[in-house]
Every structure is written in C-alpha cells, then in structure tokens.
Design a protein around this ligand. Structure first.
Ligand SMILES: [Zn+2]
Ligand SMILES: [Zn+2]
Length: 334
C-alpha cells in the first residue's frame, strides 16, 4: 500500500509498504481520509527522531471497517488506568506523568495511508457521514469541543467567548460555541480571509490581531474581558493577548501548540492575570466528547471546511499548509 511517512527527521516521503497486520485488540481500517494538522507539520520539522522511524503520519483518520464507516479516536488510552476507567482517557497516565497518551501518527503508525491497524476500542460509528468530511472531526473538532464543553458553566447567556486563531481548530471552535452555548463569539485572526470565514461560520465579531485587540475585547465587554478565551494558536503574542482580555473569574484554555509561554506574577500588580482566572492545558478530548462531536456533525450543527487532496500529493499539501495557504482543513484521500 501507499503511505506518507517520515523516513528520517524532516524527510517526508510517499512510500510503498506492506498492508499492516492488526495486532491483538486491533482491526484493519480501510482509510477514507486523513486530515492534515499543524501538529503534523511540527512533527515533520523536528530535527531529531522523537518517535521511532519510519512513521506513517496522520492522527485525524476515518474510513471503513468491514464496510462500516468509522472515525478513529485520536487518544489511544490504556483503558485500564484510573483516568481511563473514569472516562478521562485523554489524561491516561499509562505512559507517565509528562507524556500524552499514544495517538496514531504520533508514535504508533498513523492514517495517511491506504490502510491502518487501529485499536477497536478507539472507533466511533459515523454512519451517515462521509469519511472524508468526518476525518478532521477527530482532532479539529474534538479538541475545541473538549475545551468548550469544559467551560459551559461560564458560557451562559450574556457571556462572551474569544476564539484566537481561526484555522483548522478555530473555525470548528466558533461553530461548536454557537451550537452548544448562548455566548457571544468574538474571533481574532491576523488573516482577513480567516476573519471572513469566522463570520461565515457564526462568529458575532471578527477582530484583526494587533496591539489594539485586547482593548477592543474590553470595549465589547464593558471593560471586564471575556468569560472564556480559547487560544488555538499558542504563540507568545496570542498567549499575551489571551491574558490581557480574559475576565476576572474567567477561563483561559490553551489549545494551540505554538511554543509560547504563559506566565504571570503571583502578586496583584497590573501585569498579573485578573483574580479567579482558571488556566487549562488539555490533550485532545475523551471518546465521549468524540461521540458528541459526531452527533453535532450528524445534525448539521457543525461541519469542517474540507478540501480533499490525493494522498499522492501529500508532500505538496504539507508545503501548502506550511505557507498558510489553506482555509479550513486539507484531507488526504488514498
Ligand atoms: Zn492535530
Ligand atoms: Zn489509561
């Protein structure tokens, strides 16, 4: 079969390899589509081998098992630890305190291929959805959903949510906020085209990202700031913006892995976070979150903006994402 693999650090190639043999607890998935995420770019760019190579990339994977359409949960928890048993599989502790649970394409072999061997316990039924359109739900919708669902208590009538970064995850974050909360949604992005997308998918306001953005959020919220800020970028400038526009008692959810650092002085001076702010750094979402995401997609409340690209053009697709020349999500189709 064909597979898009990292064969050495920074070397991405389309390879011809044997169809994988499912191990214990696994099934053979015929891949329908695999979404291309910023994390894949990040993995390609790491100059050392952090995962065993060669590695087939792809952690947003959908397809069919024996003809049934299924979506692969991004988090392959152990299923046995205290967190997994409690349904918090995205904080599975099996691999250690500082290590995220295993995910396809980020350790185990991923889904940018014709076939993938996947744990049967990772599958969620997507009957009625197109696997190409559904594949990015596995991360681009699951991860924002987990972050937003965790703040429903703050996102009540009259509240304001800020979405920073309207890329693959952010454009889903806006839709999920509109689908499951009554909050006013303020989107922020550098790119005018992405601000237009934000408004199309339901944002009430779309602000350019510059020195005045925090002040504009404060203006929109009577000087108090946003009840929840979702940073889908995670670079220094966006984390600084998030801290500068969150309300007292609000939530700051750091979702993007852009390499910035969030720090604040413990004392109550002008540069500190407002009192009562809660900061959460979560990995992916739970399998229950994924099934709720699928329900939203089935109802038509959310949809990924998808552009299908043949798997054979996968290397070029990585270059496009690297240039920022993508609106929504590219999905590689074998
Ligand atoms: Zn991802
Ligand atoms: Zn576990």
């Amino acid at each position: 079969m064909r597979a898009l693999r990292l064969t050495a650090p920074t070397v991405l190639e389309l390879c011809e390899i044997p169809v994988p043999e499912p191990g214990p607890g696994e099934v053979l998935l015929q891949v329908g589509g695999a979404g291309l995420c910023h994390s894949d770019l990040h993995v390609r760019e790491i100059p050392i081998a952090v995962f065993p190579l060669p590695l087939t990339l792809g952690h947003e994977v959908a397809g069919t098992v024996d003809g049934r359409p299924v979506l692969v949960h991004l988090v392959w928890g152990c299923g046995r630890c205290r967190s997994c048993v409690a349904g918090r599989d995205n904080v599975c502790t099996a691999l250690g305190r500082q290590v995220a649970p295993a995910s396809p394409g980020l350790g185990p072999q991923g889904g940018m291929a014709e076939y993938a061997a996947v744990p049967v316990s990772s599958l969620v039924d997507i009957e009625g959805l197109d696997p190409v359109a559904a594949a990015p739900l596995a991360d681009a919708a699951l991860t924002p959903y987990h972050a937003i669902a965790g703040e429903l208590g703050r996102l009540r009538a009259g509240s304001t949510a800020v979405v920073i970064g309207v890329g693959g995850l952010g454009h889903m974050g806006v839709q999920i906020l509109r689908a499951i909360t009554p909050a006013r949604v303020v989107a922020v992005d550098l790119d005018e085209r992405k601000r237009a997308t934000a408004l199309e998918v339901g944002a009430h306001e779309a602000l350019a990202s510059d020195e005045s953005t925090a002040a504009r959020v404060l203006d929109l919220t009577a000087g108090q700031g946003a009840d929840a800020v979702f940073d889908f970028t995670g670079v220094q400038a966006t984390l600084d913006l998030a801290a500068a526009c969150v309300a007292p008692g609000g939530a700051l959810r750091v979702v993007g892995l852009g390499g910035g650092t969030l720090s604040y002085p413990a004392s109550g001076d002008a540069t500190a976070l407002p009192w009562g702010v809660s900061v959460t750094r979560a990995y992916g979402g739970t399998r229950q979150d994924l099934s709720e995401v699928v329900a939203l997609a089935r109802s038509g409340a959310i949809a990924v903006h998808v552009e299908a690209v043949p798997l054979d053009e996968g290397v070029a697709a990585f270059e496009r994402l690297h240039r920022g020349d993508v609106d929504g999500r590219l999905v590689l189709v074998p």
